[in-house]
Design a protein around this ligand. Structure first.
Ligand code: NAP
Length: 494
């Protein structure tokens, strides 16, 4: 051990880590450090800088409940505004001073004798702490596909999470691999710059029309001066998005028609954007709406009708020094390869670092051998004094800030009780954890994931065993209420 123990080590300085630090500060913990592998705060919104980046939840809904931002420039604000919002919150609540950047955590080990976590950093240093909180995000480990020959490509390779702002795309022959939410935003913007663009689609995606508009400055001032008006506006966006996930996705069994209506919206979007029947067919998904995260765009489908943009649905066989060869032997010559291939969620992120709890229990191994699970999306038996904010069944609703809200309330209730009792440790009981997992499993049975047709969706909502163990299958209201009311007896507090 290289230093005296911290009260709390938080891993990650994105919105999760910032929210956790704010809550702990309110609770009176000031001996806190936030370890961040990047050079700046903001997580997703620091890393992602690709053209077209914007929030894909209305901005009024995509913000902390306790810190509304009246100044969003659009309903779906562009990425840099989100980064500025993260900076603003970190400064206003004075948690930036806890942050230690360019610091990669290798592992965390529970030291039973000392009743402390020993957090090992990549450089060899070890930090001891009473409490450990990992706020490593759900989509933070970029996925680079293992396509034969990819390392031999002579041109420029750019992953969307490592955008090269200095690279000039004008006049380039570009390939984009991937057609997820990132590609839906990026492809229309890239098409404006490049000479030739081929998009490699393995699985088509439902894209519904995007109702987006600039929020006029006068309205921003009204939001700032009359918070009630801002709250009312937020209530509308919150309700629409919550209804979408609760009815169309989680209660698919009862509200199947609504799910079909959403898929129809995407169909209409294709119909008005693309006249070519064959192209429309190729862009049409063969799985239900909601199996994958829904996306919005008024320009994505239309982009494929431009003469210099091509949709390639043949599977990629290999990459050569100057192009991509599909299984039918056709080669497309390119000079730039853009990987919009998303993230390793289950393999690399659950957990994002090695975590070893009581009696040598290794979290990653245990999850894989015993199903992915976490009580109330935050705690796991045999891992005392540890909260994992990016956990199975942890994500509530569509906005990350719903997740943050219930998790902050959970922290409030739990840490307040630990303080009240003058206790040293907390650990969720095996019984409470099993009860929660059973309940989540049962509730999920109504969802589109099990009642609908998701077989061909290749959705990251499913883990490698085929369980849809990412989303919490309850309303946000339920998650938030339970964050403040879960039985304290669900924890052993000593
Ligand atoms: P993604 O949804 O996981 O999409 C990755 C894409 O890459 C998929 O189309 C996938 O095809 C394809 N792919 C991966 N490996 C491949 C391979 N070996 N060969 C061919 N294709 C391959 O990732 P994403 O688009 O980055 O989006 C991830 C999530 O980030 C979104 O769902 C959303 O939650 C979030 N996001 C948010 C915003 C925002 O708020 N602004 C913006 C972008 C993303 P398959 O489908 O066939 O696997």
């Amino acid at each position: 051990m290289d230093s005296s123990p911290y009260d709390v080590v938080i891993v990650g300085a994105g919105f999760g880590g910032i929210g956790a630090a704010i809550q702990l500060k309110r609770l009176g913990y000031h001996n806190v450090v936030i370890l961040e592998r990047e050079a700046d705060l903001g997580g997703t919104w620091h890393i992602n800088r690709y053209p077209g980046l914007a929030v894909d939840i209305p901005s009024t809904t995509y913000s902390y409940w306790f810190e509304p931002n009246p100044y969003w420039s659009r309903l779906f604000a562009p990425g840099p505004e989100l980064k500025r919002y993260a900076d603003h919150v970190a400064d206003k609540y004075d948690v930036r001073r806890y942050m230690r950047f360019n610091t990669t955590v290798a592992s965390a080990l529970w030291d039973e004798d000392a009743q402390l976590w020993q957090v090992a950093l990549a450089g060899g240093e070890t930090l001891a702490t009473r409490f450990l909180i990992t706020a490593t995000g759900f989509l933070s480990q970029p996925h680079t596909p293992d396509i034969p020959g990819i390392e031999t490509f002579d041109g420029k390779v750019i992953h969307t999470t490592a955008w090269d702002d200095s690279y000039d795309f004008r006049g380039r022959r570009v390939a984009v691999i991937g057609t997820g939410a990132t590609a839906v935003q990026l492809v229309p913007e890239l098409a404006k710059q490049v000479a030739d663009l081929t998009v490699y689609q393995r699985t088509a995606i439902h894209v519904v029309p995007k109702i987006d508009f600039a929020i006029p400055v006068w309205l921003q001032h009204v939001f700032a001066r009359v918070p009630l008006v801002h709250r009312a506006f937020r209530l509308v966006t919150d309700t629409v998005f919550e209804l979408m996930i609760v009815t169309g996705v989680l209660h698919y069994r009862r509200f199947r028609r609504l799910n079909i209506a959403a898929a129809d919206l995407a169909k209409i979007n294709r119909f008005v954007s693309v006249r070519d029947k064959e192209l429309r067919r190729k862009l049409t998904p063969d799985y239900d709406f909601g199996c994958k995260r829904p996306t919005w765009s008024n320009s994505y489908y239309r982009t494929f009708t431009k003469p210099h943009v091509h949709l390639e649905t043949g599977s990629i066989e290999r990459i050569e020094t100057d192009g991509i060869v599909t299984a039918d032997g056709r080669k497309t010559v390119i000079d730039t390869l853009v990987l919009a291939t998303g993230f390793d969620l289950w393999e690399a992120n659950f957990p994002a670092i090695e975590i070893v709890g009581r009696e040598g229990r290794n979290l990653g191994k245990w999850w894989r051998e015993n199903r992915f699970q976490a009580y109330q999306g935050v705690s796991i038996p045999y891992f005392p004094n540890y909260l994992s904010l990016a956990s199975p069944y942890g994500f509530s609703g569509l906005s990350f800030f719903n997740t943050m809200e219930y998790q902050m309330r959970h922290m409030d209730r739990l840490f307040s009780e630990v303080k009240r009792r003058g206790a040293t440790t907390f650990e969720v009981t095996e019984e409470a954890n099993a009860r929660f997992l059973d309940r989540m499993t049962e509730l999920l049975d109504d969802s589109v994931f099990y009642r609908g047709d998701c077989a061909t969706s290749r959705s990251y909502y499913f883990n490698p065993s085929g369980e849809a163990a990412l989303l919490r299958p309850t309303s946000t209201r339920n998650a938030v209420r339970e964050g403040s009311t879960f039985p304290l007896s669900d924890y052993a507090i000593a």
